[in-house]
Design a protein around this ligand. Structure first.
Ligand code: ATP
Ligand code: MG
Length: 381
């Protein structure tokens, strides 16, 4: 008997027709990447993906975080013998404290002498013969005993662990995430990555108004995203000069919206230089003054590529739940100021008008400020 991990990927990948191979290959590469340093072997048996390793628990922990993995099952492999299947199924059920069960069989190997109905029925009967205290319940059993009969062997399992789901990372274009130190933006990045979008991050740093610790916090959040994506680059843009200029020359109630427009210009500029097709933010409609419909429209006006806001219709509570699930929450709530909290006006405009804002900005040397910020951007690999 050998222990291994059965990997089930998102059903969406099955629907990709001729492109399915490409999605599968990317998923397999991504799985291999997270398993670096863990001894393992990939085996494919009649279309199913299995992983062997001495440390199955570690494999499961890592693989369930790979986008595109729907579920993993802790499987035991036995010979293609009906007797071995029965004995292993009995052992499997004895590992837990169950009262009712159902056997489910998937027979890909049509040469096996019994069909799946017969296997389920007879394995069930075998279990009942040895364990008179157990009962079959086909509607709502305590445990499903799964039997898969394939070319190389038979596989028995009952324990399943949910994966993150989604699409293989890197199969759906790229985006530059505006990553602040808050709760929302890491969640927005996670959601884009989960749909297969390659993620890069940009952080606007207002040293010395925002501390080194605020920057470290963003680097940590980027690391947390990397545990899902594997290769997220972080661009750190020096933003102090721009903020001082705005404070100096513009109306106080327009500071936020003008600042957001600078962030958008710089993000689009960086995206263009690095060949990234879109920008993503953690905005949610109505959450704060800069996230009213009017503000979003005025901010978008300076963008030259699609801006995605995956959290746009979500409540804070829902966002916080995902933040906890992905392990970002504890870092996000660390109390280090971000640039926006230091430069917040007392009464920010909630309904800015594009032509008015454009006029206010015209006293600034926009092109030069943007160029200077981009040229002095630091990259963290
Ligand atoms: P978050 O929780 O992501 O910080 P927030 O609710 O604090 O969001 P804002 O501060 O208005 O909202 O920021 C809205 C979005 O703008 C953020 O989700 C993020 O995408 C982007 N953003 C804000 N500040 C920065 C920054 N210093 N660097 C990079 N992106 C930023
Ligand atoms: Mg914030």
């Amino acid at each position: 008997m050998k222990k291994l991990l059965l990997i089930k990927y998102s059903p969406e990948i099955f629907l990709k027709g001729l492109n399915r191979n490409k999605f599968e290959k990317t998923l397999k590469d991504n799985i291999r990447r997270v398993l670096k340093g863990v001894d393992h072997r990939f085996v494919i048996d009649s279309g199913r993906w299995f992983l062997y390793s001495e440390d199955i628990d570690e494999l499961a922990k890592r693989v369930t975080k790979v986008f595109g993995v729907q579920e993993v099952c802790m499987v035991k492999e036995v010979n293609l013998s009906f007797e071995d299947i029965c004995h292993q199924a009995l052992k499997e059920i004895e590992e837990g404290d169950y009262k009712t069960f159902k056997v489910e069989t998937n027979r890909a190997n049509k040469k096996f002498p019994k069909n799946s109905m017969e296997i389920s029925r007879e394995v069930g009967a075998f279990i009942l013969k040895h364990r008179g205290d157990l009962k079959v319940d086909v509607k709502n059993p305590d445990v499903f005993i799964n039997v898969e009969v394939r070319e190389k062997g038979a596989y028995i399992y009952s324990k399943k662990i949910k994966g993150v789901g989604g699409m293989p990372y890197g199969t759906n274009g790229s985006t530059l995430l505006m990553l602040s130190g808050g709760i929302d933006s890491p969640v927005a990045g996670y959601m884009m990555g989960k749909r297969g979008v390659e993620l890069h991050c940009v952080y606007f740093h207002s040293h010395p108004y925002t501390s080194e610790r605020a920057k470290e916090k963003v680097i940590t959040l980027n690391e947390i995203l990397k545990s899902y994506t594997g290769n997220t680059k972080l661009y750190i843009v020096p933003f102090t000069k721009i903020q001082m200029e705005i404070m100096d020359k513009c109306r106080e109630d327009e500071l936020t919206i003008i600042m957001r427009r600078f962030m958008m210009r710089i993000a689009c500029g960086l995206a263009s230089i690095h060949n990234i097709s879109s920008v993503t933010t953690g905005e949610s409609i109505g959450q704060v003054a800069s996230q009213t419909m009017e503000s979003l429209v005025v901010t978008n006006a300076v963008g030259d590529r699609p801006v995605f806001r995956p959290l746009i219709s979500m409540d804070k509570e829902e966002i916080m739940n995902i933040s906890r699930q992905i392990g970002a929450y504890e870092t996000s709530i660390l109390p280090y100021e971000d640039c926006c909290t230091i430069f917040v006006p007392k009464h920010p405009k909630t309904k800015p008008v594009l032509s008015v804002i454009e006029k206010s900005e015209s006293v600034l040397d926009i092109e030069d400020l943007v160029k200077d910020a981009i040229e002095n951007t630091e990259v963290i690999q």
